[in-house]
Design a protein around this ligand. Structure first.
Ligand SMILES: Cc1ncc(COP(=O)(O)O)c(C=O)c1O
Length: 333
């Protein structure tokens, strides 16, 4: 494995588009955009619908998860299955499908769409209360399951990752505290995140980071944050998702012997940081090279960020935490 310091982030998107190991498998034309599972039925993604009365839609009363697939391999599938098990429990939800059935549905969706690089999403919603049932009890509801797969999408493409994001510390929005909506469980409460995206764009920046009420860093829309300062790679412990990519970075940091810290990080630390990056299933490790227009470090992706970014993909493609997708398997569900 190549662990020397490299200066360029690997052009992952370009590789996915040009390397035969990423090529799409045969699939029907209507599945070109992806495949979905809703109401117990598989369909092309553009035909899938959500029942209007489902509390998941009406009250953001749901949990979900996302796992990625590259070169025909799920990445950290067990981590994501464990996480959604914890999330359903925290929100008093119950999936109508067990783990094996969930994997069967996700596999069938990948097979239908012929995707070897995919963004794989599934949700458990509150559903609708059974007629006459006491609606103040979780047992009154028939929880529902939805899923879709799409071609793998990048929050930041190759060019963006090589340049790095210009980040803004949100002034108007605090991350919803875990005491209100358990942010360790992936949830649909995105209004603070969505509004902060608009706030950052209006101020001329590319990505916001939200803090908690103590001005400690929390997380970004759809991503965790890491800050390298004083020789330590730090990430928040509270008011953020237990990100799968965050866990991968903590594992990789141990491997390359970079000390880590998971705890409170004052937002002001960003101003003196050597390197900053964000992490997400949708895009891996994404450098942040400016804070509100001012360079972070040298204003280019730093050596540790670049090394982690490249290792993450190199190891994944070599089979790290991989579960091969059984495309030949025909689902009974
Ligand atoms: C709010 C939030 N934080 C963090 C993340 C990153 O988590 P993961 O690395 O598991 O994708 C996500 C993922 O989409 C998210 O929605």
């Amino acid at each position: 494995m190549n662990t020397s310091i490299e200066h360029r982030v690997t052009p992952v998107k370009h590789i996915m588009q040009t390397d035969a190991r990423h090529a799409r498998l045969p699939h029907a034309a209507e599945y070109e955009g992806g495949a979905a599972f809703s109401g117990g039925r598989y369909s092309p993604i553009q035909d899938a619908t959500v029942p209007m009365l489902d509390m998941g839609f009406r009250n953001a009363d749901a949990t979900y998860d996302v796992v990625s697939v590259s070169r025909g391999m799920f990445f950290r599938l067990d981590y994501h299955l464990d996480r959604i098990d914890r999330s359903t429990e925290r929100f008093r939800l119950r999936s109508p499908y067990d783990r094996a059935q969930t994997v069967e549905i996700l596999t069938e969706l990948l097979r239908l769409a012929g995707l070897r690089d995919a963004y794989v999403w599934w949700a458990v919603t509150r559903g609708v209360a059974r007629p006459g049932a006491a609606s103040n009890r979780p047992s009154a509801y028939e929880n529902r399951f939805y899923a879709f797969v799409m071609p793998y999408s990048f929050i930041a493409d190759d060019e963006m990752r090589q340049r790095g994001f210009d980040m803004m510390i949100s002034r108007q929005y605090l991350r919803i505290p875990t005491e209100s909506v358990d942010s360790r469980a992936k949830n649909f409460h995105w209004m603070d995140l969505r509004q902060s995206i608009f706030e950052a764009a209006e101020a001329g920046h590319q990505i916001p980071v939200l803090c908690d009420s103590r001005q400690m860093l929390a997380e970004c829309p759809g991503a965790n944050i890491f800050v390298l300062a004083g020789g330590r790679l730090m990430t928040p412990a509270q008011h953020c998702l237990e990100g799968g990519t965050r866990q991968s970075v903590l594992d990789l940091a141990a491997e390359i012997r970079v000390p880590t810290f998971v705890g409170d990080i004052p937002a002001s630390t960003l101003r003196a940081a050597d390197e900053v990056f964000i992490t997400s299933t949708a895009g891996g490790i994404m450098p942040v090279t400016r804070l509100e227009g001012q360079p972070i470090g040298r204003g280019t992706p730093g050596p540790i960020t670049t090394l982690l970014h490249n290792l993450y993909w190199e190891k994944r493609w070599a089979g790290w935490h991989a579960t091969p997708v059984r495309y030949e398997f025909k689902a009974g569900l």
